[in-house]
Design a protein around this ligand. Structure first.
Ligand code: GLU
Length: 549
């Protein structure tokens, strides 16, 4: 039996040739500098920060070269697949503002001429190439069972040699076409392996865009190309898909670095031009003074769901991850506070080789800035969007009177020194609590230097003069004018210099009013709060506060 006949026996249903397939995936008509990149997640869980980060870096690379960023679903491992995993990944990408140009652009939308973009739908394509490799004697069926492989590994360990299917340990490599055919005809299950031409003693060198020049031993393992169900391994599908889809740069996690010799060998044997590789270091966290990889199990912030639940705006997450990706982004941002992120000169070469540290505190700071730059309408809409999913009662309150909602988020917004007191939307219910009667907690506890008698006197005097106004200066003047007769200094500086004879100063007087109206010592501008609450509510709260003293 010839190799050709063996190939026919193994793949009788494959009628097309690699040349037929190549014709269906013609080169892309793009300018030379355009990079074609992709994110290729496996739907084996929910969207992980690491995958999102990798996708973002791919997106930036495409943008920086006016290239294409596509999404390919690597769903060949049906055992590890999680139901709804793919939809979750895609929804997460769009929720956090990562635009995809081609392939799966949303959970239910696929666009582009280089599909299918789902590996389980490309099995005939992979098999066409494997059939061709078998016909050329470059691949062969392997009948070793899992038990036989485990035993072989034990033998290798006992002999203190490298484990793996290579050289003399690659037993099925020795079978003749006739022997292999007989087993296939007898129905023995088999995988298909590459007949590796490599030699472990040889070194290969490649230049990684992120990590620099890397040298490794050549691959001599007869790696599995097709599993026993006829579905490809990651290695083989990577070579076929990234070739046919004309990926120029494979930007992926650095767990794949050790596989590069296998991949380069596959590209060479298949006669494909290899892409450039850029391997990204994982995002690290600090744990008891040590740096370790962000862990799905240990760190809630490893899941993108975390950011959705907490209510981080997409912009905050992206803005923060930019600082992780290129450490000079922060300086750039300081000089270009309102420029779109796409204007930043992102460069793969500026990425950290050892793994950048994830810092939640910094994310919060970045997010406070992002939120401070939003309009009140944007904040109200975003909070309502978040609350509809995670705090429906609060959402209902905000939507019941949208103008009021916008009004409350408008206080102290804009201007030169906007308040930066919210980092994520799950802080909004507390932030807004005293604006609503059912969550207003009543008169807050007085500072130590103010007696109940003084507080009563302050509130009584204030109630008699209160006029709703938007004019902060006029309002503050009113409060100042109350001070002297009540024994408080109208002038904070003078009081601090010489407090003799005073009970406190104008700041204390306004604190008492603030406590009565909001229940808190610290709030945004009180005059605006009262104006928004309206005369009736202000009066009611002052009365209730007086009654409580
Ligand atoms: N499916 C692979 C993974 O999830 C993709 C790696 C790659 O980008 O090539 O790790």
């Amino acid at each position: 039996m010839t190799q050709q006949q063996l190939a026919e026996l193994m793949f009788p249903h494959i009628r097309q040739t690699p040349a037929d397939i190549e014709a269906q995936f013609p080169p892309r008509q793009l300018p030379e500098e355009a990079r074609v990149v992709r994110v290729a997640p496996s739907p084996t869980g929910y969207l992980h920060l690491g995958v999102f980060y990798t996708a973002m870096v791919n997106r930036l690379t495409a943008d920086a070269s006016k290239g294409i960023f596509y999404f390919r679903l690597e769903d060949t491992d049906k055992k590890r697949e999680v139901e709804g995993g793919a939809a979750d990944i895609l929804t997460g990408m769009s929720r956090f503002g990562l635009k995809i140009d081609e392939g799966f652009v949303a959970a239910d939308t696929v666009v582009g001429d280089y599909g299918p973009y789902q590996q389980s739908c490309r099995v005939d394509i992979y098999q066409t190439y494997v059939k061709d490799l078998v016909a050329q004697g470059l691949a062969y069926p392997c009948f070793c069972t899992a038990e036989a492989r485990a035993q072989a590994r034990e033998v290798q360990q006992a002999q203190k040699v490298r484990t793996g299917y290579y050289g003399e340990f690659a037993v099925c490599r020795q079978l003749t076409a006739d022997q292999a055919a007989a087993k296939i005809q007898a129905g023995v299950p088999y995988t298909v392996r590459l007949r590796s031409p490599g030699n472990e003693q040889n070194r290969i060198k490649y230049s990684d865009v992120v990590k620099g020049t890397i040298e490794m031993p050549e691959n001599d393992e007869d790696i599995v190309l097709l599993k026993s169900d006829g579905v490809p391994t990651y290695h083989f599908a990577h070579a076929i898909d990234d070739h046919l889809m004309h990926t120029t740069h494979v930007i992926r996690s650095d767990e794949w670095i050790s596989s590069v010799p296998k991949h380069l060998q596959l590209f060479r044997i298949l006669g494909f031009k290899a892409p450039k590789y850029a391997h990204l270091s994982p995002i690290m966290v600090e744990d008891n003074g040590n740096k370790r990889k962000l862990s799905k199990r240990k760190d809630p912030q490893a899941a993108m769901h975390y950011y959705a639940e907490q209510g981080y705006p997409a912009d905050s997450v992206l803005e923060y991850l930019m600082t992780v990706a290129n450490s000079d982004f922060e300086d750039w941002r300081r000089c270009n506070p309102t420029a779109p992120r796409s204007a930043f000169p992102f460069n793969l070469k500026k990425m950290s080789v050892s793994g950048a540290l994830f810092d939640l505190q910094k994310l919060n700071d970045v997010s406070k800035n992002v939120i401070a730059g939003m309009t009140a309408e944007q904040v109200a809409d975003a909070v309502i969007g978040w609350a509809t999913e995670y705090a429906p009662d609060f959402a209902a309150k905000l939507t019941a009177d949208k103008d009021f909602a916008v009004g409350l988020f408008a206080i102290d917004r804009g201007g030169n020194k906007p308040r930066k007191d919210m980092a994520k939307w799950n802080e909004a219910p507390d932030y807004a609590a005293y604006f609503f009667d059912d969550t207003f907690t009543g008169m807050g506890e007085l500072p130590e230097n103010i007696t109940a008698e003084d507080a009563k006197a302050i509130l009584t005097a204030y109630r008699s003069v209160y006029q709703p106004t938007e004019d902060k200066t006029a309002w503050f003047e009113t409060v100042r004018n109350l001070c002297e007769p009540l024994g408080f200094s109208p002038d904070v500086k003078a009081y601090k210099k010489d407090p003799t004879g005073w009970k406190g100063h104008v700041g204390d007087v306004s604190t008492v009013i603030r406590l009565a109206i909001t229940g808190r010592r610290n709030t945004p501008d009180l005059c605006s709060i009262m104006y928004l609450l309206g005369n009736d509510r202000v009066d009611k709260r002052l009365t209730e506060a007086l009654n409580s003293l």
